[in-house]
Design a protein. Structure first.
Length: 215
């Protein structure tokens, strides 16, 4: 059964809710909520949906939106000339450009728009993931890649909207996007931080900064 095991921690799940689009399941361990895995778009339909997005590099509103992730990340890094990877950069890698302009060395990866796998074989001081983690079909696989690529005291900076409760989720516009299929809560990030050794910071209700603890 495709929904019986959590795609993030592989533990047991329970039915969460239903809307006009699909049903949702929740992990009983890490609290990830995920869309019924039998209802996912094909890769071709997923790409068509992304091509409707207008991620214009000159769009000031889009730049200001991404600054909500870039600014607390830069404060956390506290130095420049570090190596970073923007994972899931989309068709307009503006976040990488912003961080480059602020003195960091950036690589980009995206399965549809920047699929050069050589960048996945390197180590980085920080990894950013802006409005992409909610698209992951197998978040455990992507998360494990990050663990391998991240430096011992590295930072992961994620932007994704977090759900808070069943009532909140049922009326949430964020799940109406058919490519949004994995939904995180603060509890989910606390689970990952405790399991894999990170300090957590929540500078905004859709931003999390995770600092790897040196062993």
């Amino acid at each position: 059964m495709p929904n019986q095991h959590c795609p993030l921690c592989n533990q047991g799940t329970q039915y969460f809710c239903q809307d006009k689009l699909r049903s949702y399941w929740q992990c009983q361990n890490c609290a990830l909520v995920f869309a019924d895995r039998t209802t996912l778009l094909s890769a071709a339909d997923e790409l068509k949906h992304y091509q409707l997005h207008n991620n214009d590099l000159q769009d000031l509103g889009y730049r200001n939106f991404l600054q909500r992730l870039a600014q607390p990340l830069q404060q956390h890094l506290a130095q420049t000339n570090l190596s970073g990877l923007d994972y899931g950069c989309g068709p307009g890698p503006l976040l990488a450009k912003i961080l480059q302009q602020q003195g960091q060395k950036m690589a980009v990866w995206d399965p549809f728009f920047a699929a050069d796998k050589t960048v996945l074989n390197q180590q980085y001081d920080f990894i950013t993931c802006s409005e992409a983690i909610e698209h992951f079909v197998q978040p455990a696989v992507e998360w494990q890649k990050w663990q391998q690529m991240l430096a011992p005291a590295g930072v992961i900076a994620i932007m994704t909207k977090r759900y808070t409760s069943l009532d909140f989720f049922q009326n949430w516009h964020y799940k109406a996007d058919p490519t949004h299929i994995s939904f995180f809560s603060e509890h989910t990030f606390h689970f990952l931080a405790k399991r894999d050794g990170y300090k957590l910071h929540f500078p905004a209700n859709d931003v999390v900064i995770m600092q790897r603890i040196k062993h």
